[in-house]
Write a protein that binds this ligand. Structure first.
Ligand code: NDP
Length: 314
């Protein structure tokens, strides 16, 4: 049986973690990944407090294996989510988009393992100093929120490995077992995979979005909104409008006005492929089918393990 710092830390079978993505990662996806031997994560960023509670209850009923909650620290009802996580005795929390110093001490005091998502070595060191148990280092290829420096996963992972001693999870541009092996050779102890798990029947994303992802080609995603919160989006009418405004030098206020409210929900959950925000990674160009999460976990693990036996002949 495979065992390393991450499988031991989370008490899971495979070092494969499903990203806690807004409008995609509800209890169905998280429990399916955990049941398959990876770590499933509920994405709390798009959930009102009562919705998060319901997803946690349903996830507990659907799996006896560990699962986590992802909490973007920018979230408006953060304290209510933190209280729910403590009350429900969630064993692992992934935090992102904020300062890890704010909530890590309280969560740790309650016996919860805390992992923070970073996009640079400097932030990885800050997360380690704040007492986090591990970091996710997410490269430029990743979908959704992203770093400003545009550091790719290939460059980021070895740099973060040098900068910290706590376990390291690689993210951004990973959807296959060979990509997982490459990340682990560069120094990662596990991988976090987002886009690949959107293309599953269990993801709560709209079917139109899943189908758009499997049709996506190289170059079909782009990083936008560096003046506000940088985000990688699939090209559509809305992304073109944002790009045009950015090319003309729009201010942060003007960009926020174009963005409005609930753009992500409109695109990824309600299926408006023209006016919605479609957050997905570059790796969408190599994803060609929608299949169950358990099959994806097994396929990635089998490819990782087979390639590991004989890396240069495959
Ligand atoms: P908006 O402000 O545009 O919209 C808020 C959305 O969140 C609405 O769709 C709303 O649903 C829903 N929502 C859930 N709970 C609440 C709440 N307590 N108060 C207000 N709205 C709530 O934000 P975004 O959709 O762009 O982002 C939402 C969250 O997701 C943020 O916390 C953001 O940081 C996070 N996020 C994380 C990403 C990542 O990569 N980690 C990527 C993108 C966003 P309704 O319409 O039903 O009211």
């Amino acid at each position: 049986m495979f065992s390393n710092s991450i499988t031991s830390l989370f008490n899971i079978q495979y070092p494969i973690i499903q990203a806690g993505m807004i409008w995609a990662s509800g209890w169905r996806l998280a429990s399916a990944v955990s049941n398959a031997g990876g770590l499933g994560i509920i994405g709390a960023g798009s959930m009102y407090p009562d919705v998060l509670k319901e997803h946690i209850k349903k996830c507990k009923a659907a799996t006896h294996k560990p699962f986590a909650v992802n909490l973007p620290l920018l979230y408006p009802s953060i304290e209510e989510h933190i209280n729910t996580i403590i009350e429900e005795k969630i064993p692992i929390v992934f935090t992102s988009a904020g300062n890890p110093k704010t909530w890590t001490p309280l969560l740790k005091e309650k016996g919860i393992k805390v992992v923070h998502v970073v996009s640079s070595s400097k932030f990885a060191q800050k997360a380690a100093a704040a007492g986090c148990d591990a970091v996710v280092a997410e490269g430029f290829e990743a979908g959704g929120h992203n770093g400003r420096e545009e550091t790719t996963t290939m460059v980021l992972i070895p740099a973060v490995k040098k900068a910290i001693t706590i376990p390291l999870i690689a993210a951004g541009g990973i959807a296959t077992g060979k990509q997982m092996l490459a990340a682990m050779i560069l120094g990662a102890d596990a991988v976090q995979i987002g886009s690949r798990f959107v293309c599953t029947p269990e993801a709560s994303s709209h079917q139109n979005f899943k189908e758009a992802i499997i049709q996506a080609n190289e170059g079909d995603t782009m990083l936008h909104l560096k003046k506000t919160v940088p985000v990688r989006l699939l090209k559509n009418k809305f992304a073109d409008t944002i790009k045009e405004a950015e090319d003309k030098g729009a201010t942060a206020e003007e960009l926020n006005e174009i963005l409005g409210r609930a753009r992500a929900k409109k695109g990824m959950f309600e299926g408006d492929m023209q006016e919605g925000e479609l957050e997905i990674g570059q790796v969408s160009s190599i994803i060609h089918e929608i299949k169950p999460a358990a099959e994806i976990v097994q396929e990635i693990w089998n490819e990782f393990y087979t390639t590991l036996q004989n890396p240069l002949t495959l």
